[in-house]
Design a protein around this ligand. Sequence first.
Ligand SMILES: Nc1ncnc2c1ncn2[C@@H]1O[C@H](COP(=O)(O)OP(=O)(O)OP(=O)(O)O)[C@@H](O)[C@H]1O
Ligand SMILES: [Mg+2]
Length: 312
Amino acid sequence: MSRIHEALQRAYLERGKMSVSTDVDVVERTEAIPELAEPQAPPAKTELALENVAQYPWNPSMLAFPTLAERGAGVEQFRSLRSRVYQARYEAPLKTILIASGMPEEGKSFVVANLAMSLARNSIHHILLIDGDLRRPTLHSMLGAPNSLGLADYLVGKAGLADIMQRDQRAASGNTAGVDSISNLTFIPSGKCADNSSELVANHRIEELVASASPYFDWILIDAPPVLAVTDAMELARAADAVLLVARGATTTYEVAQRTKAAFSARRVLGFVLNAVKDTPHNRSYNYNYYYHAKPEGGSQDGQQKEFGSQG
Ligand SMILES: Nc1ncnc2c1ncn2[C@@H]1O[C@H](COP(=O)(O)OP(=O)(O)OP(=O)(O)O)[C@@H](O)[C@H]1O
Ligand SMILES: [Mg+2]
């Protein structure tokens, strides 16, 4: 790991006020690391009735959710990403997607939240959005949702699946004034987590959670912390059918993108979302701009666009 990466990793951990020591070769690790925590007893099996899930008056930020607008570049770009995700499902079974990136602040939470919203709107699909970033969770703030009980509580065995899920009150009651219907969206916040998030996500209960929730949802999207900083994302990836990577225009270097892709080499990688690109070959007029490419093995560094969905 380069000095720059070490410094970034240190800064990330310090920002999250954690006392976690991570192995510096984490990026090269492709196998699941051995369990760090005692296996927990599986939660009692409960039938999940989505209409009985707790409802709260969410207050999603329109800035964070360009997909909530009637129309516009953000709506279009995420619609396009949504189509690519649908296409990927034709290639191989696909329901649970981990959204990951190498470094902090590349737009993982922004992309996962807006992709979830895009999938939830204008469809009968049920979407489950999970905040898998136990260190620096942001999805609840973006949604204006409470973060009292969440994933961390499930992972330590303190709460069951139905206890940690929530939906928007207005959407569920049919009163969607001011906010387009997000009634198809169910959310699991991070919950309150101590410094042991790596141990928590390594205890296999995330896989149980996804398996239990899977019959009730058409899509399950999981937000992740940066994989080049901490091991959590690689643990979370075990619960997912595929990983969608995010790189940030003018920020993410080719080397970081390559190392990020290598970290998930044992997983199905759908491709990269290139986020926050001002000038792409497609459109030069607005800020929210994404295009998707997966670099072929041995590909050149010219960033040549290739169809999303390719492995490699
Ligand atoms: N396409 C975009 N256009 C404008 N702002 C964006 C875009 N993508 C992300 N941002 C902003 O950049 C900041 C970082 O984004 P975000 O929190 O999604 O990154 P992240 O990869 O999840 O970070 P972390 O690794 O810390 O969780 C946020 O303030 C977000 O609103
Ligand atoms: Mg994030």
